[in-house]
Design a protein around this ligand. Structure first.
Ligand code: ADP
Ligand code: ZN
Length: 735
């Protein structure tokens, strides 16, 4: 074999003309396809091209690397056109490849998340009307239109009719009569530049030091990860906005990821106070026009700051200088459908590929992030105290065995008394229960029959307001039957256990005079509902807030001083790897809503096991100690973050097909040093949306990568018919 080393003379070789290039299409294909370059075309990686696929034309991206899929030159089909639009930046192309390789998704599927075809194609410039020089208006209505155009600025028909107070017909008539002439509308950049020079709040010494170290990370223009942790209400947002300011000063773009953008009205207001303008917002519910305008502004570099949900990672930033992941511990950052990825982890990768720093922010950091800090891979800055001298709330348990609620009720007399004392002081209280609906279970008191979803291994949840039984997994809905479907006893179905609707009903009876507000995902519908609710609370139009996990999110309500957790044991029941960690994080976040201003806060946890380490950690306020213990529990068995996991979820239309495939997959399970396979076993949701599900779990030592093992494993098994195998690397859910 002839070897060609770079130091050998290359005189014999002409630079080859690039005859073929790889093109990645946004479809579930394993990689790019080759296309021939037509004369006169000079496609470079990142260029947007039209290519034939079967009998259609598709938009694709010229990909990196060498084209070679074994198709002879003469068989290649040519690129139809190289589009005159902005190319996809190299960092984003690398990111697409990286995410695909890490998650075992097809590169084309990942590319589909990064392509916005309507937004990329050239836009027809918008046209409006201008007054034709020398034209004179013959009627009063036409004179009004002429007056509205006197400033010389072109306007659309509808804008003009509105400004002049006439019908659109008048405007159109003037156009036909030649009194108006078409003119390009002036386009203004859609996003104003945030003003980094505006003076922000005066930072405390601690905050200033933390802010400075984040600023330094930004000006270094190099990759690095910093954990910004600090107690709830310590002003972490103000601190990382310093890093955003430094990024603006450096002329680069900043991305802030929030777990639930719909619940972030207070965040947006705060950003505007700091920088004078609103940031660009990105999430999956944007209208098509806003989406197009935002995508283009990001690509052109005229959206200096983007705040978004996890999908914002796939925007085409030409010069990304900072990524902040706020509430980094939140499981909402894990995308479970389609391409299964964790946005916090992928944000770190995105930052690395862009030579930019990443900042992970939380009052309750994940064990993954803490382990990275401990190993020296991530830096850390900490805020020790609440802003403005506010103290952390006092957390106490109410032992439900000692102080039980009245029969059929769920609020202990102790909690009721504390709420009443809070009202008496003119302060606000909150009741938290992380469960939607009226009751999680409905059963027949005659025969014991339980109302179950026909499509899922799950109980139906009563929603009394909507008068239905609903499945929270597949959306199945049915009216509450008048008789038991099993024994036909009339009126025998009874609700078991509380949901937030049932607590609301109890609160109506117990706190009849209090002004109540329910915050749950099914009561706060519409884009502005959460913002309105927040305003009502800030304006003290509400005494009692009753809510699900929505109330745990970053809110700052200065007059809220009491938080009652109706069922603190709730999250511990599932028993997965992170159940304790997640419960501590969630309850600590809810607790953190209390006493954020001058008046001190108090938190009451209703529990049957006050001695449980989770309750003790919350009462002692010793999260660090709890996480250290949690680390010692996971380390010996090599559980994450001290080992790696990947789940295979096998599903099929029938139990037999699912079992058959699961057995095949189990039989081909990899073996080796530091590699363990658990399962196959029925998934906890053994049936979900009508599909039968089995799970296997691959567990490896931290120094063993799971991807090559999975890839090799999957080459030995084939899903046929309706069966399929889904891969979840670093699973968060074990259901
Ligand atoms: P965290 O995110 O750490 O829970 P926040 O950033 O929400 O805390 O800050 C809590 C409250 O204190 C917010 O209303 C914030 O505007 C305010 N705050 C924080 N730092 C300052 C400061 N230096 N000056 C004025 N207000 C501040
Ligand atoms: Zn269901």
């Amino acid at each position: 074999m002839v070897s060609l080393r770079s130091d050998e003379p290359r005189l014999l070789f002409e630079a080859p003309t690039r005859k073929r290039v790889p093109v990645l299409l946004p479809r579930p294909f394993r990689g790019p396809f080759d296309y021939a370059v037509a004369p006169g075309q000079e496609p470079a990686p990142g260029d947007v091209v039209m290519v034939p696929l079967n009998r259609r034309e598709e938009v694709g991206i010229v990909w990196d690397g060498v084209a070679d899929n074994g198709v002879g030159d003469n068989k290649l089909r040519p690129i139809t056109a190289v589009l005159d639009v902005l190319p996809m930046p190299a960092a984003l192309r690398k990111f697409v490849d990286w995410v695909a390789a890490y998650t075992l998704a097809m590169p084309g599927e990942v590319l589909a998340m990064a392509l916005r075809i309507p937004a990329m194609l050239p836009e027809t410039p918008p046209v409006g009307w201008r007054l034709k020089p020398g034209a004179s208006a013959s009627t009063a209505a036409r004179a009004k239109v002429a007056a509205a155009l006197a400033d010389g600025v072109a306007r659309t028909t509808s804008d003009l009719a509105r400004a002049a107070g006439v019908s659109a017909g008048v405007v159109r008539g003037m156009g036909q009569a030649g009194l108006l002439e078409p003119a390009l509308l002036l386009s203004r950049p859609p996003f104003d530049r945030p003003d980094a020079a505006r003076v922000g709040p005066t930072l405390s010494a601690d905050q200033a030091a933390a802010g400075q170290s984040l600023r330094d990370a930004v000006t270094a223009r190099a990759f690095g990860v910093t954990l910004l942790d600090g107690v709830t209400g310590s002003g972490k947002t103000e601190v990382y906005l310093e890093a955003v300011a430094a990024c603006l000063e450096a002329g680069r773009q900043a991305l802030v990821l929030l777990p639930e953008i719909a619940l972030s009205s207070q965040w947006l207001e705060r950003f505007e106070r700091r920088f004078g303008v609103a940031p660009a917002v990105w999430h999956s519910d944007l209208g098509s026009r806003t989406r197009r305008v935002t995508w283009r502004a990001v690509a052109e570099g005229t959206a200096p700051v983007v705040v978004g949900a996890r999908s914002a990672l796939f925007l085409p930033f030409p010069d990304l200088g900072l990524i902040v992941v706020d509430e980094e511990h939140e499981t909402a950052f894990k995308q479970e459908d389609g391409v299964v990825y964790h946005a916090r982890d992928m944000a770190v990768v995105r930052a690395r590929l862009s030579d930019a720093p990443a900042v992970l922010v939380s009052a309750t950091p994940s064990l993954e992030t803490l382990a990275n800090v401990e190993a020296g891979r991530y830096g850390q800055v900490t805020l020790q105290a609440r802003h403005g001298g506010a103290s952390l709330p006092a957390v106490e348990a109410i032992d439900l065995r000692e102080f039980p609620p009245e029969r059929g009720r769920f609020l202990s007399p102790r909690l009721i008394a504390a709420v009443e004392e809070t009202f008496a002081r003119g302060e606000q209280a909150m009741l938290f229960l992380n469960r939607r609906g009226y009751a999680p279970l409905t059963l027949c008191r005659h025969c014991g029959h339980r109302m179950q979803c026909p499509n899922c291994t799950a109980w139906l949840v009563e929603h009394r307001v909507r008068r239905t039984l609903a499945c929270h997994h597949c959306g199945h809905n049915e009216p509450i039957p008048p008789t038991c479907p099993s024994c036909e006893a009339p009126h025998s179905l009874v609700p078991i256990g509380p949901g937030v609707e049932r607590i609301t009903e109890e609160a109506e009876a117990v706190f009849a005079d209090a002004r109540r507000l329910v915050m749950a995902s099914d009561t706060l519908t519409g884009p502005n509902a959460a913002a309105e609710a927040a305003h009502r609370i800030e304006q003290r139009e509400v005494d009692l807030i009753i809510g699900t996990q929505i109330v745990a999110k970053g809110w700052h309500f200065p007059h809220l001083t009491l938080v009652g957790v109706v069922d603190a044991d709730l999250g511990l029941a599932g028993g997965d790897l992170r159940a304790a960690e997640r419960t501590v994080q969630l309850l600590h976040q809810v607790a953190g809503r209390a006493g954020r201003a001058e008046a001190p806060g108090r938190v009451l946890l209703q529990t049957f096991s006050p001695e449980h380490p989770v309750m003790q950690a919350l009462i002692e306020g010793d999260l660090a100690g709890f996480m250290a213990t949690e680390a010692e529990i996971r380390r010996p068995g090599g559980w994450p973050p001290y080992g790696r996991l990947a789940a295979l979820i096998i599903s099929a239309d029938t139990a037999v097909a699912a079992d058959e495939l699961a057995r095949d997959v189990g039989r081909m399970a990899p073996r080796g040093d530091g590699v363990t396979v658990l399962g196959p076993a029925p998934a906890p949701f053994a049936i979900l949306r009508g599909r039968h599900r089995r799970r296997l779990l691959l567990k490896t030592r931290r120094d063993v990568a799971v991807q090559p093992i999975l890839r090799e494993w999957l080459t030995h098994v084939r899903a046929t018919g309706t069966a399929r195998i889904d891969v979840d690397v670093d699973p968060v859910s074990f259901l």
